[in-house]
Write a protein that binds this ligand. Structure first.
Ligand SMILES: [Zn+2]
Length: 257
């Protein structure tokens, strides 16, 4: 594991030189509830403009594995960044083993312990009760990271909380824990609620540097079929796929730009 981690870091340094560096588009202003939804974008070096590059990111919140999407990624050798919760890992050990068996394809990052929003005061986000305190946010973040390590995967560097909304003070706490908040720039499946045609259309709008979010844990939903078609459409159009770690290990979450 140690050697593997070292070589991965060497790869990151190389990727930083030859490809791209992460850039968050201007940090979203807090909404009426005081929460922010950071956006994330990849900034491409001039030399990489020949082929559009996008980052595919998938959340695995709870429930099962969408084998349609997973098989598409593996069969087509398409790299992706997967955000997993401890809760999802408990029920999907075979998929975690697949991630570990394909370190060249899958970067696994932290989606929290129990899938509660990283908001340090008691409120509901989209009907989901938030962590509610700074201590609970820390527990959510570190619980997710510990479960990833226990699955034999590399320690996470990025965190994306449930609902992708945060209180600004929680973002500061997450950064103190050594993780960067991973936003996105294109919602590829509307929380796995889109129909197949709409999901495919969302993917088709990706431009150079976009970070697309979709879900890997809803095998029964129509959205996943559209996600598969959307990925294959981008591939056919010559897009290249990068993981967040290939775009720079630390990056920014937009709170300092
Ligand atoms: Zn989620």
């Amino acid at each position: 594991m140690l050697l593997s981690a070292v070589s991965r870091r060497a790869g990151i340094a190389l990727a930083l030189i030859v490809s791209c560096a992460p850039l968050a588009v201007p940090f979203a202003k807090a909404g009426q509830d005081g929460l922010v939804e950071p956006r994330l974008h990849l900034r491409m070096a001039e030399a990489s403009k020949d082929a559009p590059r996008v980052a595919l990111t998938f959340d695995a919140c709870m429930g099962k594995t969408d084998a349609r999407i997973l098989a598409t990624l593996i069969d087509n050798r398409i790299p992706a960044t997967i955000f997993v919760t401890a809760r999802w890992l408990r029920n999907n050990a075979p998929t975690a083993a697949l991630f570990a068996a394909h370190p060249d394809l899958f970067e696994v990052e932290d989606h929290g312990a129990e899938h509660v929003p990283a908001v340090d005061r008691p409120l509901k986000v989209y009907g989901i009760a938030a962590a509610g305190s700074a201590v609970a946010v820390e527990s959510e973040v570190t619980g997710g990271a510990s479960a990833i390590a226990a699955s034999g995967l590399a320690a996470p560097r990025w965190f994306r909380g449930a609902t992708a909304k945060y209180s600004p003070s929680a973002i500061a706490d997450i950064r103190r824990l050594g993780l960067t908040v991973a936003g996105f720039s294109i919602n590829g499946d509307g929380g796995a609620m889109l129909g197949a045609v709409a999901a495919e259309r969302a993917f088709s709008k990706a431009k150079d540097g976009d970070v697309i979010i979709a879900h890997l844990n809803q095998p029964g939903r129509e959205a996943g079929a559209g996600v598969v078609r959307g990925i294959l459409d981008l591939k056919a159009r010559g897009y290249r796929f990068v993981r967040l770690q290939d775009a720079g290990a630390r990056g920014t979450d937009g709170t300092t730009d």
